[in-house]
Design a protein. Structure first.
Length: 81
């Protein structure tokens, strides 16, 4: 795991049980950064690994090109955002 992911995880733990608007915004930002990181890793996978996941190269490119705040609803709801 990279230092980047460790830092995101530590930040998420810090804001996890804190109330308030700023905490919610911080959690949303951390989630958006995590998803951006996941999408970047997905785009780096070779065709064999994508096939193992059942994802085409075009689908991986489309996912990687999604906007920074284009966060799936199920990921937001897990954080009660």
């Amino acid at each position: 795991m990279t230092h980047y992911v460790h830092a995101l995880n530590a930040s998420a733990r810090f804001f996890e049980h804190r109330p308030g608007v700023l905490s919610r915004l911080a959690r949303l930002l951390i989630l958006a950064l995590r998803i951006r990181h996941e999408r970047a890793r997905l785009a780096e996978l070779d065709d064999t690994r994508l096939a193992d996941l059942g994802i085409s190269r075009d689908a991986a490119r489309r996912e990687a090109a999604r906007g920074f705040l284009d966060i799936p609803a199920h990921r937001k709801s897990a954080l009660h955002l």
